[in-house]
Design a protein around this ligand. Structure first.
Ligand code: ANZ
Ligand code: ZN
Length: 829
């Protein structure tokens, strides 16, 4: 007796294949010299205590499908995974639960790995790396030294963002709307001596090379805006004689993008922190000015920059001299001018600059129109910031803004009162963190020699073991409290020296990890140049858009530095970038997080419906790059699809009436074959273009089509080819059911995952003919191929006159012929 299983029994089938693939090392990186290589990489995950939610799988499952697809296409595929595991969450968790951060980190990594394996992501685990491994951070320190030697790492004192919760300094990129990116605490400013990387030196190249990488335009634009390149001029204003002393030059430089508006200047504004403020303020204004400066200190930069806020400010009592008209211009102080941008001073042109306009209105300062569309006076109701033709501008009146910008800049330059200038919003990357759980900065300070780099052969500088990794509370790293670690000898004079006690920003670790995967066990060098030449740059890089101006900018910077140092032969690390959309909880439309209690874990879904259905649904839930809701009821549809597929394939192997397989009919069924080619074409193009949801939809339709074709006992000749094609197309998405049906049910030799990807013929994908089913009294008796646009009357005739059909009509009276266009003809006798 044949006991037929009517559904896909994932509970037995999935563990079985899991074990086989593990045993066979199925996901080992290919090294066949005949094959081309492709490097498909996910963003370096930061394992948190929450583990993975199904949302993370919107990153990992698509890249996995993509990797499996390329393996079948005959590529050597590098698809590795590792852990960006230094950083605050592990440390905070460790402090709270009183365990060592290494322990909590290991725990989190283990959970992530288990869940990724549960989802059967085909990573080559033999290449796993971990940024907290001394064998890894040794090289992070090595790159720090490389930057230092190239003059790209320096120490400076400055007022920087400080998170009072995390008790550490943060880089500008890590402050969003005045809040800490990790804990959402309101950040303040703190004055500390810090290490910086000179990313600003690469600003132009970081903008320029965005032009040719295949990245989403939105990410490119975010990077361009963040770098914020502005072309303009520096204009130097003299102050009146009175203020020139031996310390003060009496000059105030401003940065402007609009030198053409110079004749419209009616005041100047300095940032409250501007170094000249004290010197130029007149005795009568001293009190007012110092009150204002103190107030400004407590405001956040966001509030200061906001155009909504009513302008505030105070007059210094001093005047500057207009470089072209020699008129006296009052000098004010206002917090809408930032010390960190340009020169920290602006020339006020209220007629044509929005913020200056608000300021002039508030303090009743004159507004002089100097630009209009046609050079004629229009009157200034609101600020007019467009370029145009100059008026009220002496000899320059009547020329265009564009010409005036060049001419005025040149004339100022000739007088020594200005020059062309490019300014960036980008600041140097601040990398010191006053925390324990990071890579120590490999520098020491010696009384004799000053700041000395640790020689490379003494790396790694290991994190000392301690039980006390809580912040000191005084703005210093916990490492500062470990005296026998701090005290060391100077590598250059052997005298007493002390170590740098801050650790590196975790983004340093992730700025080069993609190189490490090429030769993860290399002991003598950060990477084997030969392996890097073979695999890099990364072909396809996939992760969340939230890293637009963080990791994705930093990694580009390091890559360019390594290129300049001659270590690598490319200067962009990621050729193609794709960002997945977020998966929001259907409960509340919010991003999944433990604190909101709306997390759906892969574990719960997989235990209920299996990994294949989970993967299928993750892809089908919406377009790859869209934010979509996780609707748990939809997952049932994925299960049903797999059950139907199971029945379709196993039924074709167990004929209903006899032990024999149904005999193929002789006529090659073109329409049936055409369908197969069309589906191959569609799924192939969809995979290549990250349209996984429509690939799934195409397979669902194809399953319907095949099920319809199967309702009779007449199997078309290409039936088995159709179902093996189906399984191959599905195998990157649902690796388990495809393998089971392929090997066990269809008794095909070898794993389906090593089969060549199905090919299609372009000609066969064009709809020129179609398959028509012919029924007699509702029973299928034949199929014919007709041209696609066939006339209905002709189709009727053709159907009735088929010899096969004539047999069934058998001389009876044809009472009715029903035509369902493009599908079937039913002959009623
Ligand atoms: C005069 C002027 C006239 C300006 C005009 C604009 C329009 P972006 O494009 O963002 O680079 N500015 C310069 N330094 C500043 C600072 N430290 N804080 C606040 N504002 C500052 O902006 C450049 C413009 O921002 C500069 O050009 C300057 O105002 C202002 F019709 O100068 B402009
Ligand atoms: Zn924080």
């Amino acid at each position: 007796m044949n006991t037929k299983i009517n559904r896909y029994e994932f509970k037995e089938i999935e563990p079985k294949w899991r074990a086989v693939w593990e045993e066979e090392n199925a996901y080992q990186t290919g090294d066949d010299p005949e094959k081309p290589g492709i490097y498909i990489l996910d963003f370096f995950p930061y394992p948190s205590g929450e583990g993975l939610s199904v949302g993370h799988l919107r990153n990992y499952v698509p890249t996995d499908v993509y990797s499996r697809y390329f393996r079948m296409k005959g590529y050597n595929v590098l698809h590795p995974m590792g852990w960006d595991a230094f950083g605050l969450p592990a440390e905070n968790y460790a402090i709270k639960h009183n365990i060592h951060p290494q322990e909590s980190t290991d725990l989190f990594c283990e959970t992530y790995k288990r869940q990724m394996k549960l989802a059967e992501c085909s990573y080559d685990w033999s290449r796993e790396i971990n940024s907290t491994d001394p064998e890894y951070y040794k090289w992070t320190q090595y790159f720090f030294l490389m930057l230092y030697k190239r003059g790209l790492a320096y120490r400076a004192k400055g007022s920087q963002w400080w998170c009072p919760e995390c008790q550490t300094i943060l880089a500008n990129e890590q402050v969003e709307d005045g809040l800490c990116w990790r804990c959402d605490a309101v950040v303040t400013k703190k004055e500390l001596e810090q290490w910086y990387f000179k990313i600003t030196e690469y600003a132009d190249r970081l903008i320029k090379d965005l032009d040719w990488v295949d990245w989403p335009e939105s990410i490119k634009q975010m990077q361009r805006n963040w770098i914020g390149r502005s072309e303009g001029a520096e204009v130097v204003f003299q102050t009146s004689e009175v203020f020139k002393t031996s310390e003060v030059s009496g000059e105030i430089a401003v940065f402007t993008t609009r030198p053409d508006t110079l004749f419209g200047v009616t005041f100047m504004v300095l940032a409250p922190e501007h170094p000249l403020v004290d010197a130029i303020t007149t005795p009568e204004q001293k009190t007012a000015v110092s009150n204002y400066v103190n107030q400004a200190k407590i405001k956040t930069e966001i509030d200061r920059a906001s155009s909504e806020q009513e302008k505030t400010g105070v007059f210094t009592g001093a005047y500057a001299i207009h470089p072209l008209t020699d008129e006296k211009v009052p000098i004010w102080i206002s917090d809408y001018v930032m010390m960190g941008y340009g020169t920290g001073a602006v020339m006020g042109v209220p007629a044509h600059d929005q913020r200056d306009f608000g300021f002039a209105k508030k303090f009743d300062l004159p507004i002089v129109e100097v630009i209009s569309p046609d050079g004629k006076e229009q009157g200034i109701e609101t600020c007019a910031s467009e370029k145009g033709v100059l008026l009220n501008s002496g000899d320059y009146s009547g020329i265009t803004s564009v010409d005036a910008i060049a001419k005025i800049t040149a004339d100022l330059q000739a007088k020594g009162q200005g020059e062309p200038k490019v300014t960036y919003k980008l600041r140097d990357w601040l990398i010191s963190r006053q925390r324990y759980w990071g890579a120590p900065i490999p520098m020491v300070t010696c009384e004799q020699c000053g700041t000395v780099p640790v020689p490379e052969d003494q790396l790694p500088i290991r994190l000392p073991d301690t039980d006390n990794f809580s912040p000191m509370g005084n703005g210093r790293s916990p490492l500062a409290g470990i005296e026998d670690w701090v005290n060391t000898t100077c590598p250059s004079c052997d005298g007493p020296a002390i170590r740098e006690t801050d650790t590196m920003d975790g983004f340093a670790c992730s700025s080069w990890y993609f190189l490490r995967f090429a030769s993860p066990h290399e002991a003598e060098r950060p990477f084997d140049p030969e392996a890097v030449r073979k695999w890099l740059p990364v072909d396809t890089y996939v992760g969340g858009a939230e890293h637009a101006v963080l990791h994705l900018l930093y990694a580009r910077f390091w890559t360019k530095v390594m290129f300049d140092a001659g270590m690598i032969e490319f200067d962009e690390p990621f050729n193609q970038l794709r960002n997945q959309g977020m998966l929001l909880s259907a409960k509340d439309g919010q991003k999944m997080s433990k604190s909101k209690g709306n997390v759906v874990t892969p574990d719960e879904v997989a235990s209920e419906v299996g990994t294949d259905a989970l993967r299928l649904y993750v892809l089908f839930v919406g377009p790859f790059d869209h934010d979509v809701l996780w609707d748990s009821t939809g997952i049932k549809g994925a299960s049903r699809f797999l059950d139907r597929l199971w029945r379709l394939v196993s039924d074709s192997m167990t004929p209903k009436t006899s032990g024999l397989l149904p005999p193929p009919v002789d006529v090659p069924d073109r329409a049936f074959e055409q369908m197969r080619h069309k589906v191959i074409k569609k799924v192939t193009a969809d995979f290549e273009n990250f349209r996984f949801n429509t690939a799934v939809a195409a397979l669902m339709e194809y399953l319907n089509y095949l099920s319809d074709a199967q309702t009779t006992d007449i199997y078309p000749p290409q039936w088995y080819e159709a179902i093996t094609t189906f399984l191959k197309l599905l195998s990157p998405i649902c690796p388990f059911i495809a393998e089971e049906l392929w090997q066990t049910v269809m008794k095909q030799p070898g794993t389906i995952h090593a089969q060549p990807w199905p090919e299609f013929s372009e000609a066969l994908t064009v709809d020129d003919e179609q398959l028509i089913i012919i029924q007699v009294n509702g029973k299928v008796r034949d199929r014919i191929i007709v041209s696609a646009g066939i006339d209905e009357a002709v189709l009727r005739e053709t159907a009735v006159s088929q010899p096969n059909i004539q047999k069934f009509i058998d001389g009876q009276l044809v009472r009715k012929v029903i035509v369902v266009p493009n599908k079937l003809v039913n002959i009623v006798v």
